[in-house]
Write a protein that binds this ligand. Structure first.
Ligand code: NAP
Length: 348
């Protein structure tokens, strides 16, 4: 039975539409209230639809998108507010919403590194969510979409010890929002620079992989060196990863660790949890965005699984490719799964 009242901020954008998808006919949430920008005027989700293969329900497709108004959102006392606000708008409003008692699940970057904000990938560091227990208003942040994909690849092998990580990303166009990268820059081209992305990856991974001590996060000492590129792919961030681990290993052990990896969302059988959060492909030419971006089952968890392939190991050096859906696992789906965990704990 639906019991929770939710709102989506930035509902008309690339991430906002994925929120509509993840919240369609959700077993915990009623039909969410939707907010776009003030300039948007009267629109329904159907009027702004830009995501392919959408699973948004007919009821939600015809729902009205209202102009964002901080006072109105704060006074509604929603059980959960999912934010897909642009960086500048989030910087100006999210802390104020938290102060007024909102429970925010955000994809925007400004508050990710605050000491009172957990930066959570559900299967990686769900224990950090305890930082918001007992609080009236709070922010739970998602990381950058590439950081989330990398964290999904590092956590299953973390028991071997993580010394250093070198990563090169091949990031999809939808990662830049809508309309995103100009077509003359993106068509049949690769852009070898995404503003602030490499710095975000280097800072966010140590926080995500950190340990919780006395209610705050002690960051991991792992060093991340990132190169971020934009490629002409619609959805799905692919990452070429080289990790130096703490002891010698082999490809079979690494594949076994990826394939057997599960976490709290799987143990709780949460609605948006993929049965296998990391799927390891043995084919030499996988993962590929065209074939693997929507990995994850059951149907509600489509796009929530990371796909790993091309595992190569030399002593302590482990190399692999990982692919994640940037607007589902790397954004809306991650937030909804965090909210499902907090609902299962009775926090929302
Ligand atoms: N795309 C990704 O893969 C991805 C992944 C992780 C995190 N993120 C982050 O998620 C956020 C949203 O990204 P996106 O890709 O969905 O961007 P987007 O497609 O550009 O959508 C932006 C949304 O914000 C709304 N908006 C714009 N100005 C506003 C204002 N002044 N007040 C209230 N709402 C306003 C827009 O409404 P209108 O339609 O009315 O203009 C739209 O709904 C960003 O912070 C981004 O960095 C994105």
């Amino acid at each position: 039975m639906s019991t929770l009242r939710a709102a989506v901020l930035g509902a008309s954008g690339m991430v906002g539409q994925r929120f509509c998808e993840m919240l369609s006919d959700h077993p915990y949430f009623d039909l969410p209230a939707l907010y776009g920008s003030e300039k948007g005027g009267e629109r329904t989700v159907s009027d702004v639809l830009t995501i392919p293969d959408s699973r948004i329900s007919e009821e939600l497709l015809s729902a009205r998108i209202m102009p964002f108004d901080l006072e109105a959102v704060a006074s509604e006392k929603y059980d959960a507010v999912f934010s897909a606000l642009p960086t500048d708008v989030a910087a100006a409003s999210e802390v104020e919403l938290m102060r007024r008692g909102c429970r925010l699940f955000t994809n925007a970057s400004p508050n990710r590194m605050r000491s009172d904000v957990p930066l959570v990938v559900p299967e990686v560091n769900h224990e950090h969510l305890s930082m918001v227990e007992g609080k009236n208003g709070f922010i739970v942040a998602n990381g950058n979409c590439s950081s989330i994909g990398l964290a999904m690849g590092l956590k299953p092998i973390a028991a071997l010890g993580l010394r250093s990580v070198v990563v090169t990303t091949m990031q999809a166009l939808s990662g830049a929002g809508y309309p995103g990268v100009p077509s003359l820059d993106s068509s049949a081209n690769i852009v070898p620079f995404i503003d602030s992305e490499e710095e975000k990856m280097s800072q966010e991974i140590p926080k995500m992989l950190g340990s919780l001590e006395d209610g705050s996060v002690r960051r991991s000492s792992v060093e991340v060196s990132a190169t971020c590129t934009r490629v002409p792919v619609r959805d799905g961030h692919m990452e070429s990863v080289t990790v130096r681990v703490g002891r010698e290993t082999d490809a079979a052990q690494i594949a076994g660790l990826f394939n057997s990896f599960t976490s709290l969302p799987q143990r709780l059988s949460l609605p948006s949890a993929p049965a296998r959060p990391v799927i390891c492909r043995h084919e030499k030419n996988r993962p590929q965005p065209l074939l693997d971006v929507n990995a994850g089952s059951p149907e509600r968890a489509r796009g929530m699984a990371a796909t790993v392939g091309r595992i190569r190991v030399e002593g302590e050096r482990v190399r692999f490719i990982i692919l994640t859906h940037n607007t589902i696992r790397g954004a809306a789906g991650g937030s909804v799964l965090n909210a499902e965990i907090l609902h299962s704990k009775g926090v929302i």
